[in-house]
Design a protein around this ligand. Structure first.
Ligand SMILES: O=C(O)CCC(=O)C(=O)O
Ligand SMILES: [Fe+2]
Length: 213
């Protein structure tokens, strides 16, 4: 009996990166992580997104069926493509593996009850933005955590704009540059945020959500 208990205890391995993310989320409802992925994986995902973009396979993002296109355009200007986990290429497979590991860790340590996830590529061309919003605005309160992964390369300059701005309720806005490999995770139901206009270059990312049932 004692032996069983011991092996069960050892089967859980604390992950310092995930612990940091979780403690940030508890403290401030968001976390910024610059070493979630290996940069080589970020390179592969960027190439995949650029290929999709060059083949015009991305679609103008919508904000709900009831809203007509011109209103939609005044709110967000990005182009997206959802990523099908079943059809993932090798880079996307590693991407899902990283987030599945994090999801299982959250469910094990924080009892978050995450059952589903969804991710899409996004491209913001020059002049596009996403006005201040909450990610649960489409009458879908299953979204618990929002995740954004930036795929720009080293040549991304802070003067390119396209900052993510997070608006915590009781403190100053937080301005986050979309730097290569950076991952931002935040509480979908609590934090309003926006993407400031892109002034130069293409802003590349993957955005996703962990959802309860
Ligand atoms: O790309 C970002 O920084 C945030 C995107 C976003 O807010 C969204 O897709 O809901
Ligand atoms: Fe959002």
């Amino acid at each position: 009996m004692a032996h069983t208990l011991l092996t069960e205890d050892l089967s859980f391995k604390e992950n310092p990166l995930f612990e940091q993310l979780i403690s940030d989320l508890i403290k401030q409802n968001y976390s910024i992580c610059d070493n979630f992925f290996e940069l080589k994986l970020v390179d592969s995902l960027r190439e995949r997104l650029k290929t999709l973009h060059n083949h015009s396979e991305l679609k103008k993002a919508a904000i709900g069926n009831k809203v007509n296109e011109s209103i939609s355009k005044a709110i967000r200007g990005d182009y997206i493509q959802w990523i099908d986990e079943q059809q993932a290429d090798s880079a996307e497979h590693l991407f899902f593996e990283a987030f599945n590991t994090f999801k299982n860790y959250l469910n094990m340590t924080c009892f978050m009850g995450i059952l589903h996830q969804e991710f899409h590529y996004a491209v913001y061309p020059v002049g596009t933005f996403y006005k201040r919003h909450l990610d649960t605005f489409q009458n879908d309160d299953r979204r618990k955590l929002s995740m954004v992964c930036y795929l720009n390369d080293d040549s991304w300059n802070k003067t390119n704009g396209g900052e993510l701005v997070i608006y915590p309720e009781n403190s100053d806005e937080v301005i986050i540059h979309p730097l290569p490999g950076r991952v931002v995770i935040f509480e979908s139901q609590l934090l309003e945020h926006e993407v400031r206009p892109v002034l130069n270059d293409l802003r590349l990312s993957i955005t996703g959500w962990f959802k309860t049932r």
